[in-house]
Design a protein. Structure first.
Length: 96
């Protein structure tokens, strides 16, 4: 079994600015994410990019969780299967 740190090191990618790819986030065409990223609403008609293919945007925050994890009410990421300790999504900021 891998540790949380190993998991994050495996799945975290270098956060980069959104590029001009066809992954448009809003009708005004002001935000685009890399083709592998997920568009996340940040509120007030602002959007950001979650750097995970199949990632989950955490509502009401500027964080997201990697695939296989979901956002919890207390602001952490929880594995959708079994995990001993929740991950902290603050290590995974949405790019905006």
């Amino acid at each position: 079994m891998i540790t949380e740190a190993e998991f994050l090191n495996t799945f975290l990618v270098t956060l980069a600015q959104c590029t001009l790819e066809p992954n448009l986030c809003d009708e005004k065409r002001t935000t685009q994410c890399d083709e592998y990223a997920v568009c996340c609403s940040l509120g007030n008609e602002q959007y950001g990019c979650c750097p995970f293919t199949g990632g989950t945007c955490c509502p009401g925050t500027s964080h997201c969780c990697p695939p296989g994890f979901s956002c919890t009410k207390n602001g952490t990421c929880k594995r959708t299967s079994t995990i001993e300790k929740p991950l902290d999504p603050h290590d995974v900021d949405i790019i905006n």
